[in-house]
Design a protein around this ligand. Structure first.
Ligand code: NAP
Length: 281
């Protein structure tokens, strides 16, 4: 393994420790406790696991945490009523709707009902638009976490070729917008991209978010590239990324592990966004 490992677990722990201190100060000085409400509908096992992690992180950091678990049969109207109530609740500074939602429910309708100033996931069209326009916004947690990992490792995207593999609203598109804002020259690859390996080999910084276990091989990576693996795939009882960790580790200059890379940064950025939402009140 020649690549330096970008240790998201360690960095996230440092960020969380700093947030915990800030929360203690806010509580003592202003009686302010950042509050996050999470809405979880349906039976998707990974979603239940992610929400448990988020709830635990909130409590460890001294946040006020509320989790609303609703059955698969919940209606769109019931979820909209819940969002409306949380929008008006002064104890709640951030609202997160865990995706995916049950099939009958239009995710966009629910996400657009969240007050943009409580949209700590950054999925509301107002925050998406502000991100594209370069205005301050709630930035989706996973791409924000990737930018912090790069920054802490002293990797400046400015002037470099960045390739983002995956174009979801949650990861790929906001990731590309952030790298562009950081002055990288950005290409977005997806399932219809022709000559994908030739595209990824151009990258000085390669961010992979496609949900395909060990898809990116050493041949797809330029020697010395920084490779960020956002993927989380269950293979048997193991969690693996979208990158062939061992092989790419021989070629890349920097690489994130799975687990312990981007995942912990996502939760740290959720706490950071919620803290910022609380500070603005
Ligand atoms: P998604 O909504 O399913 O999007 C996947 C994207 O990958 C799509 O744009 C798709 O292209 C592209 N893609 C799929 N197969 C491809 C292929 N063979 N070649 C090139 N592109 C391909 O997934 P997501 O929500 O962005 O998540 C991606 C991965 O990141 C998943 O493993 C997820 O679990 C993980 N994730 C991790 C975190 C974290 O905190 N670490 C957070 C969020 C997501 P098309 O658009 O053409 O279909």
């Amino acid at each position: 393994m020649r690549a330096a490992i970008l240790d998201g677990k360690k960095l996230a722990a440092e960020i969380r420790a700093r947030i915990t201190e800030e929360v203690t100060g806010l509580r003592a000085e202003f009686g302010l406790v950042p509050g996050l409400a999470v809405i979880l509908a349906g039976d998707d096992p990974p979603s239940h696991s992610y929400v448990r992690s988020k709830e635990k992180a909130c409590l460890q950091t001294g946040f006020h945490s509320e989790v609303y678990r609703r059955p698969e049969s919940v209606t769109q109207g019931e979820l909209l009523d819940l969002v409306a109530r949380l929008n008006g609740d002064p104890q709640i500074h951030g609202i997160l709707v865990q995706l995916p939602l049950p099939r009958r429910i239009e995710p966009q309708a629910i996400l657009e009902a969240i007050r943009p100033d409580k949209d700590v996931d950054g999925f509301h069209p107002v925050n998406v638009g502000r991100l594209i326009a370069g205005a301050p916004a709630f930035v989706p947690c996973t791409p924000r976490g990737v930018m912090v990992l790069l920054e802490q490792a002293g990797i400046d995207p400015s002037g470099r070729r960045a390739v983002v593999l995956g174009r979801s609203n949650i990861v790929g598109k906001p990731m590309a917008a952030l790298l562009l804002a950081a002055n990288a020259t950005v290409t977005v690859g997806h399932s219809r991209t022709a000559e994908l390996a030739a595209v990824t080999r151009e990258a000085d910084i390669l961010v992979v978010a496609i949900g395909k276990a060990r898809f990116v091989t050493a041949e797809m990576v330029k020697p010395g590239a920084v490779v960020i693996d956002v993927g989380m795939n269950r293979v048997g009882d193991r969690l693996v990324g979208d990158v062939d960790f061992e092989a790419v580790g021989e070629v890349a200059s920097h690489l994130t592990p799975v687990p312990g890379g981007v995942g912990p940064m996502t939760i740290a950025m959720l706490l950071q966004n919620t803290l910022e939402a609380a500070r603005r009140t």
